[in-house]
Design a protein around this ligand. Structure first.
Ligand code: PLP
Length: 390
């Protein structure tokens, strides 16, 4: 039995030991610089990067030469969104670029768009969501009819796990001549992602969300490029993202993608049944719990609230034994309720009780049962303290 149970797979995932072996190999054995053209160490590193590009591309349904390696999804989103806006701003001789994004986007996308508006390069339109977090489709159509240059809608949400219909959204965007970007970070490796068939123009992902190492990710850019590079340097990756490549991380990312392509379908059935088990156990112990999200969510996501019971107090009681989350990992520490729940119009007392569970590949039924029992015990303990204090 594990004494610490990890149920926060949306924040990060354990590196698969088979991936770790590859990372180590390219740190210790094949440690060459992928740009060294004068010896076999460089050749081997370059070959590893090309193999990884093929493995990533195969998982998301695109061509290997459309994959640009980055340090993660945040960098990819900045490169893509800023790169497109800068490109169009120059082309249309200083006219602001019209950017639309879903109200539930991760801050990697939302803050990038806001920062472009603050610098006077873009004007923004925010597409709202309903109480389940699904896109307000009439508003999306209205925004597109009104005129837009770039639309950003994530493939799956990191808080409530919603999966968005990216194919139909890309089609609609293109009917209006709009460039379409999707943050696929939570989706890749967990649900089928087919960026090429869906018609997505640009997308980002991060290896550590799919049992790869941290600090490596990918940007997908469909040709022809509508993009001005942000960085200057040695010209690596066709100058789109120059700098010495993180070969161990990239090779590990490639291996992780290869494994997800082989194993994700089977894993997700098991993960989904563990998630459903957690939901039933919570529902029967805490009938007042409210569950968030739409009909179709990521297999491991369980987002719920016990109204009026502060999530921080609950998590503080179990944090040494159970890892769950009260918000996105990168914004935890901020006390404001999640902008995703705000966009869904979740009342403050319900947002205050919000807890996100992310079940994953390396969990089992015993983990789930024990974690939920500890969580329920913590909720009851917080409730008792509140009753006594009132
Ligand atoms: N987009 C989404 C939907 C995420 O969940 C995350 C990470 O939590 C990111 C982007 C940022 O990824 P990274 O921190 O790897 O850059």
């Amino acid at each position: 039995m594990n004494d610490r149970i990890y149920l926060d797979y949306h924040a990060s995932t354990p590196v698969d030991p088979r991936v770790a072996d590859v990372v180590r190999h390219f740190m210790v054995q094949e440690f060459g610089n992928a740009s060294s053209a004068d010896h076999i160490f460089g050749d081997r590193a370059e070959a590893a990067v090309m193999t990884a590009a093929e493995q990533v591309a195969a998982l998301v349904g695109v061509q290997a030469d459309e994959i640009i390696f980055t340090s993660g999804a945040t960098e990819g989103a900045n490169l893509s969104i800023r790169g497109f806006v800068n490109w169009l701003f120059e082309r249309q001789k200083g006219k602001k670029v019209r950017v639309g994004y879903a109200a539930v986007e991760h801050s990697a996308v939302m803050q990038t768009c806001k920062s472009l508006a603050q610098s006077g390069l873009a004007e923004l339109a925010v597409i709202g969501v309903d109480q389940n977090g699904m896109l307000d489709w009439p508003q999306l159509e209205q925004t597109l009819n009104h005129g837009l240059d770039l639309l950003c809608v994530m493939t799956a949400n990191n808080i409530v796990g919603n999966i968005y219909p990216v194919g139909p959204i890309a089609t609609l965007a293109h009917e209006h001549g709009v460039y379409f970007f999707s943050d696929a970070t939570q989706a890749v490796g967990h649900i089928p992602v087919d960026l090429g068939t869906w018609g997505v123009d640009s997308a980002v992902m991060s290896a550590h969300k799919l049992h790869g190492p941290k600090g490596v990710g990918a940007l997908y850019l469909r040709r022809p490029l509508q993009f001005t590079p942000l960085f200057t340097g040695g010209g690596q990756q066709r100058g789109i993202r120059p700098g010495t490549l993180n070969v161990p991380g990239i090779a590990g990312f490639g291996k992780a993608c290869q494994l997800r392509l082989q194993e994700a379908a089977e894993d997700s059935i098991r993960v989904e049944s563990l998630r459903d088990r957690a939901r039933e156990r919570i529902r029967s112990a805490l009938p007042e719990a409210v569950f968030f999200g739409s009909e179709e969510t990521l297999p491991g996501n369980l987002s719920f609230s016990v109204p009026g019971i502060p999530n921080k107090a609950v998590v503080a009681r179990i944090r040494h034994k159970v890892a769950v989350s009260t918000g996105a990992a990168c914004s935890s520490g901020l006390e404001a309720p999640s902008h995703v729940l705000q966009a869904m119009n979740v009342p403050p007392e319900m947002a205050e009780g919000h807890i996100r569970i992310g079940v994953g590949k390396f969990n089992d039924a015993e983990d789930v049962d024990r974690a939920v029992d500890l969580l329920v015990e913590a909720v009851r303990s917080v409730k008792n303290v509140m009753v006594q204090a009132s």
